[in-house]
Design a protein around this ligand. Structure first.
Ligand code: AMP
Length: 191
């Protein structure tokens, strides 16, 4: 199986590049942000628990997210592979994902990280907020809080995969197609 972590700060282009990846490689896209927003919209008990964190730009507790991803993966028994987008976001999440995937005999093959400068991220997110309808993209303070959460809790996840020899960093600035071409060349090497 081709399991890939698409990594990067909020606004790095993970959603956009995931769409292109699933179209080209027929993989299942698992975005914890999208799943959580759906739970919130459907007013589920998970959605209600997650909401207070999401509204403040904070990460949702690990156990909630890990459980959620475990169940989601089981919904796709015939998957050729998964693109994990926005997950794992902490080292305990990365450890839990390793455990889940090792039990299934299908480890993460590569983490592909989109590297984008902070001021560019803020600009992109403010722009996205104009038509995305996402409450957390409407307010610059909340945007900066999410980036601070990323720097404090998510950046160490890159080291976790680097130590397994699975980290591939690419510049996430420039044309969408150019960035995708770089991602595709990494994926083609591990196919
Ligand atoms: P995203 O769409 O990936 O930017 O996620 C939106 C929000 O959902 C984040 O600001 C967090 O509150 C929450 N979230 C998404 N993925 C995770 C995760 N893996 N761990 C904890 N919280 C998450």
């Amino acid at each position: 199986m081709l399991n890939i972590v698409l990594f990067g700060p909020p606004g790095a282009g993970k959603g956009t590049q995931s769409e292109k990846l699933i179209a080209s490689y027929k993989l299942v896209h698992l975005s914890t942000g999208d799943i959580l927003r759906a739970e919130l919209k459907n007013n589920t008990s998970l959605g209600k628990k997650a909401q207070e964190y999401m509204n403040q730009g904070l990460l949702v507790p690990d156990d909630l997210v890990i459980n959620m991803i475990d169940h989601k993966m089981d919904e796709y028994p015939a998957a050729k592979g998964f693109i994990f987008d926005g997950f794992p976001r902490t080292v305990p999440q990365a450890q839990a994902l390793d455990k889940l995937l090792n039990a299934k005999g299908t480890p993460i093959r590569e983490m592909i990280a989109l590297e984008v400068e902070e001021e560019e991220l803020v600009k992109r997110l403010i722009n996205r907020g104009k038509d995305s309808g996402r409450a957390d993209d409407q307010d610059e303070t909340l945007i900066r809080k999410r980036i601070a959460e990323y720097n404090a809790k998510t950046v160490p996840v890159a080291q976790f995969y680097t130590s397994q020899g699975k980290y591939a960093g690419i510049k996430g600035m420039g044309e969408i197609e150019e960035i995708f071409a770089k991602i595709a060349s990494i994926v083609d090497k591990i196919l």
